[in-house]
Design a protein around this ligand. Structure first.
Ligand code: MN
Length: 202
């Protein structure tokens, strides 16, 4: 979490500071996927684990098609309350741009997560509005740190939620506000034109 905080000036950005990660076990673990238009469009995939959100940046977003593997770059842990963040990050700040809560819900480990993090294979099921069923994250390259900047692949398992439909194109709206990226930027005084570039083009 120190790394998360040093990258940001909380006097300027409205992202949560994450001062009190809680270790108390909860009944269910949350996950969130945040569509983030900064210098490049990506989807931040986050799983709550031990009081933080384990986080990966997925440039193309998740795919429901089990034959498609999506690159997922491990990034720094985020505070759990970050899962609620939708809005804009000021342009001169780290990750400056527009953030949408693209999907959210709960998740369940299918295998031991601590050994999965060590061995580079996490199996889990998602109970979201757009993403459901069984998934795997497989590490293909270690990063310089314990977790950060390692390369992983995010892959859908074959089950009844698998599909060849393109979920990021077919379901572009926020699950909390129903807004598109341009609407989020407009409401928060952000760069509407830039945000709109990541919305479906008419
Ligand atoms: Mn991001």
């Amino acid at each position: 979490m120190a790394k998360y905080r040093t990258k940001r000036d909380f006097k300027i950005t409205s992202e949560p500071e994450g001062l009190a990660p809680k270790d108390a076990p909860k009944e269910s673990l949350i996950f969130v996927v945040q569509k983030h238009q900064s210098s490049h469009l990506h989807y931040d995939f986050r799983l709550e684990w031990r009081g933080v959100l384990l986080s990966w940046a997925v440039p193309k977003g998740p795919s429901l098609d089990p034959s498609i593997k999506r690159l997922a770059m491990a990034v720094e842990d985020h505070p759990v309350e970050y899962a609620k963040f939708e809005g804009i990050i000021p342009e001169d700040q780290y990750g400056g741009g527009t953030v949408m809560v693209w999907d959210q819900g709960t998740w369940e480990p299918e295998t031991d997560i601590e050994s999965g993090l060590r061995n580079g294979e996490l199996k889990f099921s998602l109970h979201g509005k757009k993403l459901r069923g069984s998934w795997v994250l497989v590490r293909t390259r270690r990063g310089p740190g314990k977790m950060e900047r390692a390369s992983w692949l995010l892959i859908k398992h074959r089950d009844r939620y698998a599909s060849t439909s393109d979920v990021v194109t077919d379901k572009p709206r926020s699950v909390v506000s129903r807004r598109l990226m341009a609407g989020i930027a407009a409401a928060a005084g952000g760069n509407i034109k830039k945000a709109a570039e990541s919305d479906p083009q008419r």
